[in-house]
Design a protein around this ligand. Structure first.
Ligand code: SF4
Ligand code: SF4
Length: 459
């Protein structure tokens, strides 16, 4: 449907990029029917239109949840304007919640949808990685939230265990190893060694479904059994896992519910992150006009989970309401139930820090402080405090830090959806709020989407 000439409801202006030449162009966000679209015009390449969200009601209500960004140290100056000044430049509106260090560009797969076009390449020396870690921590004023050790395939790095050891010594709350799972499935001694890092350490396991046809399409190989074996090995060694699923319409969107069910019933799997495929790197064969969005995936979860998880259980993540949606399930009498059924998160937003990693202890402390003030807001906090306290047994507070992390991991299940921005769905506002940043060897922090769109070759 061509919208430029048709009636629609205007929502707001923004800036975007021409999908062909990547020059910055004016754009508007509009509603048509149930969908939200981005309309833009490039003097050279003409009118362009892209779906932003499938559920206008969610999109229009998301601002209730937004919070001001958190600051981080800056590395560049304002010169050409977003997204050409990364980074971080003074225009960026969010700190680095997740710092990604790509320790090698080598990989034992050649995925047709690899955003990094990984394959061959040299591993980074340990000293370089340490310099990047120190830079990441310093840029977050001495305490970083989440590190993802990535690649290429990081488990092919000859010093990967030393890298993880090094990262665990730094003031970083969580360390994640992003892996395709090939080595995890076949090298049990390696998995056993990884289990020594448990407690603020987890595996971010690429997992796209249960059918070899899916893997042939997305990963270039039949990998269904390898992925199952990787999950089994990690479970056996009690290593927490978050599954990360790249979802492409017509390829594996029909397995979204099955992936959630698998995650929930498999001990040790603590969450899933769904990512609609984006036009980066090697991704070519992809009809972006029919792309999945955050709300497209939420709808699929609701339909495929028979109401066990509903649309209303998903909330925009306050630090980037445009691009990330999340729900937490809590274990109650052996079953997982969305936390939103008992807690009005909207009432306690200021008490939630700008981070992906939820810490109930910090949250309770914040709520208690805010509830002891005066006025209507305090009543809301008091109500939230009562509701939330029901989920936390008294014995929780007597546990060690390591045991607390374990308790939270074992009793909660997180489903998040992250939609990265490519040149077609580029909305400058959401770009500026992106909190997943690539830490480069040149000691810059470049938002993940901008890096894959514009910087990967140049840095
Ligand atoms: S994406 Fe962020 S860091 Fe990069 S140019 Fe835009 S505002 Fe600056
Ligand atoms: S997506 Fe991951 S596993 Fe696939 S080629 Fe790229 S780095 Fe390797």
């Amino acid at each position: 449907m061509e919208l430029h000439q048709k009636p629609y409801q205007f929502i707001e202006h923004t800036a975007s990029l021409c999908a062909v030449c990547h020059r910055r162009v004016d754009a508007k966000i509009v509603q048509s029917g149930k969908g939200i679209f981005l309309l833009k015009f490039c003097p050279e390449h003409g009118e362009q239109q892209e779906i932003l969200e499938h559920d206008a009601a969610y999109f229009l209500g998301r601002m209730r949840y937004t919070k001001p960004g958190t600051t981080s140290k800056l590395q560049t100056k304002r010169k050409l304007g977003c997204p050409f000044d990364c980074g971080l430049c003074p225009e960026h509106e969010q700190h680095t919640c997740i710092g990604v260090i790509e320790v090698t560009s080598a990989c034992d797969l050649r995925c047709p949808v690899c955003y990094a076009s990984s394959g061959s390449g040299a591993p980074l020396p340990l000293e370089t990685v340490e310099r990047m870690l120190d830079f990441f921590v310093d840029s977050e004023f001495g305490h970083a939230e989440i590190l993802q050790i990535s690649g290429g395939e990081p488990t092919t790095h000859p010093e990967i265990l030393d890298i993880i050891r090094l990262a665990r010594q730094k003031p970083i709350k969580y360390v994640m190893l992003n892996t395709n799972g090939l080595r995890i499935a076949t090298d049990e001694a390696f998995v056993k060694t990884l289990s020594e890092f448990v407690g603020g350490f987890e595996i971010y396991l690429q997992f796209d479904g249960f059918d070899d046809a899916i893997y042939r399409h997305l990963r270039g190989k039949a990998l269904a059994e390898i992925k199952q074996q990787a999950a089994r090995n990690l479970t056996r060694h009690k290593i927490p896992v978050t599954l990360v699923s790249t979802i492409q319409r017509g390829v594996n969107d029909h397995e979204i519910g099955k992936i959630v069910e698998f995650g929930i019933r498999t001990d040790g799997i603590r969450g899933i992150n769904f990512q609609p495929v984006a036009l980066f790197g090697r991704t070519r064969e992809f009809d972006a006009s029919n792309r999945l969005t955050v709300t497209g995936i939420i709808e699929a979860i609701e339909q495929q989970m028979n109401g066990m998880i509903r649309k209303e259980d998903f909330l925009p993540l306050p630090c980037n309401v445009d691009r990330v949606s999340i729900t937490y399930l809590h274990k109650s009498r052996g079953a997982f139930v969305p936390l939103t059924r008992s807690l009005d998160v909207g009432n306690c937003l200021p008490a939630i820090r700008n981070t992906f990693s939820f810490d109930p202890e910090e949250f309770l402390k914040e709520l208690t402080e805010r509830a002891s003030g005066s006025g209507q807001a305090c009543c809301d906090y008091l109500g939230a405090l009562k509701d939330f306290s029901k989920f936390i047994p008294k014995s929780f507070f007597l546990k060690s830090r390591h045991e607390k992390i374990e308790y939270v991991s074992a009793n909660t299940f997180r489903i998040s959806i992250t939609s990265f921005v490519d040149a077609r769905n580029f909305d400058m506002k959401s770009m500026k709020k992106e909190c997943v940043h690539i830490i480069t060897p040149e000691l810059k922090k470049i938002p993940f989407s901008a890096y894959n769109m514009l910087y990967r070759e140049a840095t």
